[in-house]
Design a protein. Structure first.
Length: 239
């Protein structure tokens, strides 16, 4: 029986290969169509190799062999249902003489088995999507809390010019406070080159003191580490 299945599978595979060689001059298909066609070429010959020997089994003496073949067919169907559309599999089963001419009860087990596999995969997909949405909501809520949290400066003076952040009560200077606690005058940071313009007229600031200390410790590693450090963390601008 094993040798018969092997010979049948080899014959079907060789037929498919010869058909593919004769169709090399066809119009180029889309990548999705090529993938679907390749999956069909791989799975349907195996399914045919499981179902074809059942046509030759007749009589009460072949009942055990028929049950074994049907069990193997069910395993193949459960495996290929993850790669082949369910309607295509059912259509192929109904076209087979062994199952197509029988009653619904004879193919009920096959169809119910495929539906159970489909329901399991659907439940798994819904559960995975729910977990991903929960993680995304958690990340966004923490990011929103970090953005909306007020910043408290460590000192009452600019960390560059060392003057009071309010030089005069009527001073128009903008003040920039980073989440690391360092405070600067906007003009002082501009003179040190700690700000750069981004598209859409946005100004991105970096803490000059934190960057200087990291540059002194890590040398050229500043550019890779500042994204994780506190120097490029959230900043608030006040007047």
């Amino acid at each position: 029986l094993s040798q018969t299945l092997k010979d049948k599978l080899s014959a079907v595979t060789s037929e498919k290969r010869s058909e593919e060689e004769g169709e090399t001059e066809r119009e180029e298909e889309s990548p999705l169509q090529r993938v679907e066609g390749s999956l069909g070429v791989l799975w349907f010959p195996l399914l045919e190799a499981m179902m074809s020997p059942q046509k030759l089994l007749k009589g009460p003496d072949t009942r055990t062999t028929s049950e074994v073949l049907k069990e193997l067919t069910m395993k193949v169907l459960n495996s290929m249902s993850s790669f082949i559309p369910l309607p295509a599999i059912i259509q192929r089963i109904l076209q087979d003489p062994v199952y197509g001419k029988g009653k619904l009860a004879e193919i009920q087990g096959l169809i119910l088995g495929m539906l159970e596999t489909f329901n399991y995969e659907q439940t798994l997909l819904e559960t995975t999507t729910s977990l991903l949405n929960h993680d995304l909501h958690w990340s966004l809520s923490h990011l929103r809390a970090a953005v909306s949290r007020g910043l408290h400066p460590r000192q009452d003076h600019c960390n560059i010019c060392l003057q009071q952040y309010r030089r005069r009560q009527d001073s128009p200077d903008d003040i920039i406070i980073f989440s690391c606690g360092h405070l600067y005058h906007c003009q002082c940071l501009q003179r040190k080159g700690s700000g750069h313009a981004e598209p859409r007229l946005l100004q991105v600031w970096s803490c000059y003191k934190c960057i200087s200390s990291q540059r002194g410790r890590g040398g050229d590693r500043v550019t890779t580490e500042t994204g994780r450090g506190r120097s490029t963390s959230l900043a608030q601008v006040s007047q």
